[in-house]
Write a protein that binds this ligand. Structure first.
Ligand code: SOE
Length: 387
């Protein structure tokens, strides 16, 4: 593979820990970002971290990483590593991020930031200290980088929706609908922190706070576990210790009211991350399964022309699209990760704080904690802890 180079010849040594689904999709972003975006430093994919040497070597060869480390503590200290990309289960995010930041490495951490608020607080404090020393960090809430959702944020910022009243969000998958599907780390609280709530609920909490520009101040929730035990290794069965779905209402700081649903049992819905916002002047509606489209209702349209219009967010004027294809030649899930690392590399080059920051990740973690607390207290209304 040709050595990564930018116009100024500057490069950045990147190491990634974890090589499953997120590792695969992050790898393509590091491979391609400087070939489509003018980033100040081109990534050099210097090392891939994983516990099993043979499987990690196979992944490194497949995804384009130059070397392998089976001990992440060694990886984060390497002189040729400038940035650590954490693509591991949530129970390791805190230890790895604290070590990497202490070693002066920039950090990209997959979502949710951590498994607990306490861990997220430690990470956010360490990130604040590191920022002061020019070491940057970001949480990988990739849906902020869907052009249609970045356009939705612009419409809200321009006042095209007016005063926000309703926020309606759902993240529907169905990959656990089969009760015989085997146990996975995502179903163990000690590894994942929570189930659908932290895995995909975190996305819609961050996406709604991003698009509205507001924070959630309180929630009322219920959760459910449909399949309490699953087939495990060796023919045994293992208890599922997390939620299979989380439903919650919420209120934003401005008074806008919200409803959220996160489930991995919506049979037939594969990755339907949906958002609708109704304001006093307009509405938007989005479904990730049609990720290039944003539906916009402009309340200023005269009655005879009123109606939701479909905006195909593939014009060069739309966020990120200048880097890609002509109008109508659609983008996919993987492009949002390339946008994410492009924005991170740009922030590192300009010295600005990347968003979403670890502080943004902590805000999401506090909403998740309030949801879990409400769900265990008979859906009692819970305030979301502030900074
Ligand atoms: C599994 O639910 C998963 O891979 C999530 O972990 C990702 O964050 C989401 O984007 C796709 O589904």
């Amino acid at each position: 593979m040709t050595e990564a180079r930018t116009a100024n010849g500057q490069t950045l040594g990147v190491a990634m820990i974890g090589h499953s689904f997120m590792g695969a999709v992050h790898s393509q972003a590091w491979r391609n970002v400087h070939r489509f975006f003018d980033v100040p430093r081109a990534p050099r994919m210097v090392a891939l971290g994983g516990r099993d040497e043979r499987r990690t070597k196979e992944a490194a060869d497949r995804f384009g990483w130059a070397s392998v480390e089976t001990d992440w503590r060694v990886l984060v200290e390497r002189d040729d590593v400038d940035l650590v990309d954490i693509c591991t289960p949530g129970d390791t995010h805190c230890d790895i991020a604290l070590a990497a930041l202490a070693a002066g490495k920039h950090v990209l951490c997959e979502k949710p930031l951590a498994n607990t608020v306490a861990e997220a607080e430690q990470m956010a404090a360490a990130a604040d200290r590191a920022e002061a020393a020019g070491v940057h960090s970001m949480v990988a809430f990739n849906y902020r980088r869907v052009p249609a959702l970045a356009l939705a944020r612009r419409l809200v910022d321009e006042g095209r929706l007016g005063e926000l009243r309703h926020v309606r969000a759902a993240y529907l998958q169905d990959w656990l609908s089969d009760a015989t599907a085997p146990m996975t780390w995502r179903l163990r609280k000690e590894q994942a922190g929570s189930g659908a709530l932290g895995d995909i609920g975190a996305h819609i909490v961050d996406a709604t706070q991003f698009v509205t520009g507001e924070r959630l101040t309180g929630v009322s929730a219920l959760t459910n576990t449909f399949v309490p035990r699953r087939p495990a290794a060796g023919g045994a069965e293992e208890d599922v210790t997390v939620d299979d779905c989380a439903l919650f209402t919420g209120r934003f700081a401005s008074g806008a009211v919200a409803s959220f649903e996160a489930t991995r049992y919506a049979l037939g819905r594969k990755n339907a991350m949906r958002l609708e916002i109704n304001g006093s002047r307009g509405s938007i509606s989005f479904d990730f399964e049609s990720m290039n489209q944003l539906w916009f209702y402009d309340g200023d349209d005269p009655g005879e022309h009123a109606g939701f219009r479909r905006i195909l967010a593939t014009e060069p004027e739309h966020p990120y699209l200048e880097a890609w294809w002509p109008p109508g030649h659609l983008l996919g899930y993987e492009h949002t990760f390339t946008h994410e690392v492009a924005d991170l590399l740009t922030a590192i080059g300009t010295g600005e704080r990347p968003r979403p920051s670890f502080a943004d990740g902590l805000r999401v973690q506090r909403v998740l904690a309030a949801v879990e607390k409400s769900a265990t207290n008979g859906s009692r209304w819970e305030q979301v802890e502030e900074e």
